[in-house]
Design a protein around this ligand. Sequence first.
Ligand SMILES: [Zn+2]
Length: 256
Amino acid sequence: MRYFILTDLEGVAGNHSFAQTRTKDLAAKEPGMRQLAKEVNACIEGIRSVDADADIDVWDGHGSGGIFPGDIVGANLLPHTVKQFKKIPEYQALLFVGQHAMAGTPYAPLRHTYSSLTVAYYKLNGNYIGEFGGRAVTAAHFGVPTIFIAGDDKAAHEAQILIPEIETAVVKWGKGEEDAVSLSSEVACDVIREGAARAVRRMDQIPLLQGFEPPFRLEIRYYEPMDRERRQKPGVTIIDDRTLVIETDDLLSLPL
Ligand SMILES: [Zn+2]
């Protein structure tokens, strides 16, 4: 079995401020990056406790980088490029570690949708989605179930709205955009290890995400007026200064 672990930096235990994730200053980002690696390694251990021969790839989904390459144990770390996710059709299951909720979610720590500085919302075929939804819909379109999410409580709820049967591991509880209560590093890893094992054990009871069929219509709303000329491409309709719509049958061509 081939497993794809998708990681992000905002949903790990202990990261409560954008100063710990948005920065290029490695000293500020490092504690969260080390914790993310521990959480990913716990997820890998959980998968292997049920499926000893698992073939596991890890993709660092944090824009500026969230994982030090030497820190991942027992799995293959994919190159840190956006196009790696386009290989998702080759896998049998998708798991999230370190996931945060979408922009606009009340009390959600470090909430955002792809770009924390520029994107107000994404709507796919009429539904608000975040990074979880964008990726889980894409995986499901290719027959790949999303079986597990580790992250904050709001991210876990967001996942359960789309996939009620998904296995979750909550490592922190959001109290505001930059406010949360986290489990300790060690307990967060225990919860993830156990959750990932349950997800693999229950995999055949976790259905594919339903309800998103082609043609796909992705509406993107930006916080600030956009550069219309740069955004104008075939298949793109500019709705107003801050909003555009992309229409396509090809999910992998969307910025998800
Ligand atoms: Zn993210």
